[in-house]
Design a protein around this ligand. Sequence first.
Ligand code: DGL
Length: 270
Amino acid sequence: MAFVSHAPTILVFDSGLGGLTVFREIVKLRPDARYTYVADDAYFPYGQHTEDEIIARVVPLIGDLIAEHRPDLVVIACNTASTLVMTHLRETYSVPFVGTVPAIKPACASSKTKRVSVLGTRGTVKREYTKKLIADFAQSCDVTLVGAENLASLAEATLRGEQVSDEAIAAEIAPCFLDGQNGNGARTDTVVLACTHYPLLIGQMLALAPWTVDWIDPAPAIARRVGSLLGPPNAHGEEPEAQFRFTSGQAPNPVLAKVLKPFICASVAT
Ligand code: DGL
């Protein structure tokens, strides 16, 4: 696409609040843009829907959002959706899309023990797309797919100010940690965060991990891709703007409203 000379409009989409981890990286690179963040919370969690349901939900919904917001670029900040719908979206709409898929290639390239875990939703770890990434990029690594049942919901609950126990988070991440007793005899040293919600819990995961690993968050790389498609920020750009939309129609509670504010430096319309 040709670089846009005006302040671009960027639509960031996720099933919930996980896309904020991508959004905050994009804002750093394009502070001059106008943002619409859409959380499809009426259909959350995507990880519990079938592939057909997600395609049938997301493709027309994105069409409606494009018609309403006329974005210059759309970011599907959700692995569970991106691993399914990117081809459909690109075939159906002419707007450029950036997706979010498990960062298996860089994780396997940097693992020293050659033992990598991919922590995603149950949907993402089942995808053919994910299996193909492993076939193409695992190199000599032993890759373990871990489908977390509730971790995205626990991240949502944390952002809304609800109590989430350490035990609940520890139980979800435990299968990522394989010691030398099985498989290739080495210990896991790298975990791919293959759901955009999970970096929201990184503090807890670092504290609860049975040993130190590298947690691979692809958000900065996704932001760089957005930056390369849109070009450099407009030096005399306007103040950044963001509006948050929830498909349930529910307004964020006061705790969440406070969380959303710093995601953009200027005024935030919710
Ligand atoms: N944030 C989404 C992802 O990256 C998933 C959360 C959900 O299950 O809806 O996969």
